[in-house]
Design a protein around this ligand. Sequence first.
Ligand code: B12
Length: 211
Amino acid sequence: MMLEPLVTALADLEEDRVLDIVGEALNEGAEPLSILQACQRGMTEVGDRFEKKEYFVSDLMMSGEIFKQVGLILEPHLKSSTRISGGAVVIGTVQGDIHDIGKDIVVNMLKSADLDVTDLGVDVPPARFIDALRETDASVLCMSGLLTLAFDSMKETIHEVTDAGLRDKVRIMVGGGPVNNLVCEVVGADDWGADAQAAVRLAKSWLEVGA
Ligand code: B12
């Protein structure tokens, strides 16, 4: 099934149409992941229209609401087939940033892979990440961020994790819309992921090597 109409419907903020297409696509056997990717492209278009001042913050909010509904429908279909037992992970959206739709997808995938996930929510200051790492004894830290300013928070958090003497006990991954290889390097993370499966893949490789 062609998912282009889904990208357009989401970009145009047509909630009912989005939900109809998602339902039909699932019925026709479309891959849940390709549905998710189409929605992500729709969200990128919403962001572009916002940058061009065709959309306002209220439209960003609307797109978020629609995406969350899609998430509810897709969630049962987005279980990871990977199982990683015995691993603890701390995750949150970094300080100054409140985008959590993508992070929540990552949280669900990590949980469905049987990891013990501590989700700190959004706008998480470095000290809370550090407290959680100590409390849970987690060996994997995941940070999400969609704003450019989130990169500073990621860098600062990693700096403070190092100062707290925890850097050689945890592997750190970053992700979220604009994160790429360069961002990963600049903030000092060990790796980055473009989607939730990448998060599971990285966690698995780190935890199984460490086991
Ligand atoms: C929806 C949305 C909002 C909603 C968020 C609702 C919510 N509960 O999250 C609301 C309305 C709150 C919002 C607010 C703002 N937003 Co906004 N928003 C968006 C939008 C349209 C979609 C984001 C989204 O949900 N995408 C879908 C998800 C599924 O994708 P994702 O987050 O990338 O996650 C996937 C992967 O990246 C990965 N992933 C995510 N996290 C992690 C972590 C790890 C470790 C790994 C491995 C992988 C991973 O897995 C996910 C699933 O595949 C984006 C546009 C865009 N291009 O993304 C703008 C965008 C991010 N927002 C933007 C802006 C400017 C703002 C505001 C400043 C607007 C304002 N003037 O108030 C505020 C900032 C508030 C704040 N302090 O954070 C800009 C950022 C520009 C910049 N360079 O900094 C963008 C890019 C829009 C644009 N093009 O201008 N926004």
